[in-house]
Design a binder for this molecule. Structure first.
Ligand code: MRU
Length: 336
């Protein structure tokens, strides 16, 4: 992905390794600051995934694979490292796919090459998702997306955002409604930032506004990403995806999921079996952002004694999904 910073335009990936050090685009700092976060140990990599310095299922997977490379380089026990990394975020299937990939392919060669191969394959899968998915996008369409399934949520290109990038490169005029995506605002902060970087016309909307725009006929197509897909085509994705899918059905708007094959869990028959991460209630109690002086600040919005619940993902039943865009083409959920 090309990123404009104060130093000019440079080519980046979300996660990469240089001289034994893992580098990550520091996502909690976006869109206000563009910084690179460094990890030198497996514990640091696990912590970066847990605290969402890096997030998005395919980016988590590639980062975990680099974490395994660090384990091999530093002589850490590989099973122990894999266990640490597996415990970071339970829902994203790519994490487990990446750990399996590393363990299967690493003999005694160059561990960084194994992780680079995994990252390169991931980037190519997303590029192909873009090429297939762009066929659904017609000139002048208004799309809606939830959370951030962009280049920074993958190694490059994105999943839900890849078709939009390709459509834009093909010269199609498109507009994207960006769900804010409380509580961590991955839509309002990250998707809006990525679309701005790409010059794609968009507007951020409150999470509860999608029905308004769909009912007014202002949404032609919904594309979201996925964290885990079960064999029956049920999809776990960022909390709030399910209600967008139900609204899309009610309003006759096609609802597509874009995901690489690494997100498909071939061990799970249905979405009911997908483990759903529940994060700290503090993400609900406090909102945070940057003030005019560039300082990060946190403000409490709930009464001090009110409890909160914070599931990070929900499951959209296959019956609400028009199609799943993968690197191999577009499939009906029951063809997965
Ligand atoms: O909690 P996050 O920010 O890691 O959740 C991300 C999502 O839900 C994305 O839609 C999904 O991982 C696909 S990313 C290409």
């Amino acid at each position: 992905m090309k990123i404009k910073t104060s130093d000019g335009i440079s080519e980046y990936r979300s996660t990469w390794m240089e001289d034994g050090v893992l580098k990550l685009i520091d996502q909690p700092k976006l869109p206000h600051e563009f910084k690179i976060f460094e990890c030198k140990t497996v514990d640091e990599v696990a912590n970066a995934i847990k605290t969402m310095v890096v997030r998005g299922a395919p980016a988590i997977g590639a980062t975990a694979c680099y974490g395994m490379a660090i384990a091999a380089l530093t002589g850490e026990d590989l099973d122990g490292a894999s266990e640490k990394l597996a415990k970071t975020r339970p829902t994203a299937h790519d994490l487990f796919d990446a750990l399996e990939y590393f363990k299967k392919n690493f003999k005694d060669g160059d561990p960084v090459k194994i992780a680079d191969d995994y990252a390169n394959q991931g980037a190519r899968r997303c590029e192909l998702i873009g090429i297939h998915g762009a066929k659904l996008i017609k000139d002048g369409m208004k799309l809606l997306t939830h959370c951030n399934a962009g280049a920074i949520a993958t190694v490059d290109w994105g999943t839900a955002l890849a078709p939009m990038r390709v459509a834009k490169n093909e010269g199609k005029n498109i507009f994207v409604w960006v769900d804010e995506t409380r509580p961590r605002c991955q839509g309002g902060r990250l998707t809006a930032w990525e679309l701005g970087q790409e010059g794609i016309d968009h507007a951020v909307i409150a999470d509860n506004a999608a029905g308004f725009f769909m009912r007014n006929g202002e949404v032609d197509l919904v594309i979201v990403g996925a964290d885990r897909i079960a064999l029956n085509g049920d999809v776990a994705n960022k909390i709030g995806t399910y209600e967008k899918a139900v609204l899309a059905r009610e309003n006759g708007v096609p609802f597509y999921v874009a995901a690489p094959s690494t997100t498909i869990d071939r061990k799970l028959e249905s979405g009911d079996e997908i483990p759903i991460e529940e994060r700290s209630g503090d993400e609900i109690h406090f909102i945070w952002g940057f003030n005019d002086g560039g300082l990060r600040s946190r403000v409490r919005v709930t009464p001090k004694d009110s409890p909160a619940r914070n599931p990070a993902f929900d499951v959209t039943p296959a019956r609400y999904i028009t199609g799943i865009i993968t690197e191999e083409g577009i499939f009906k959920p029951n063809e997965i």
